[in-house]
Design a protein around this ligand. Structure first.
Ligand code: 5GP
Ligand code: ZN
Length: 114
């Protein structure tokens, strides 16, 4: 997808601190972290958010969640906990319209979020 920031990061056209990659996805450090640990889990196939998902994307989204658990466990978060967030549309605060899951941890996270 032209002019998509995350497609450019996946293609290596824009640098990012990549912490994980496989055939379906990458995980990178957020450029403006909202918690001591703030990763973004991004499918390689472009779709804007859950409103734009095709049936073929279901497996990938399940994979994103499983890898999120794996990355959290590797970082010692399985006991204390962590948060996964996925914003859909401007009112929810989505600013990059290529689906991604935020993994946040390392501080007390308020619920409900603001
Ligand atoms: P959204 O608001 O769409 O749910 O999340 C987009 C996230 O992408 C934000 O947390 C923002 O800080 C992050 N972000 C924006 N531009 C860049 C960038 O160029 N590199 C990285 N690594 N993260 C970015
Ligand atoms: Zn994209």
């Amino acid at each position: 997808m032209e002019n998509c920031l995350f497609c450019k990061i996946i293609a290596g056209e824009i640098p990012a601190k990549k912490v994980y990659e496989d055939d379906l996805m990458v995980a990178i450090e957020d450029i403006a972290p909202k918690a001591p640990l703030h990763l973004l889990l991004i499918p390689k196939r472009h779709f804007s958010n859950c409103l734009d998902m095709a049936e073929q994307d279901e497996t990938t989204v399940g994979h994103l969640f499983r890898v999120a658990g794996q990355l959290a466990t590797e970082r010692g978060l399985s006991e204390g906990g962590f948060r996964l967030v996925q914003n859909n549309g401007a009112d929810a605060g989505q600013t990059v319209f290529h689906l991604h899951i935020h993994l946040l941890a390392g501080r007390e996270l308020q619920w409900p979020p603001g």
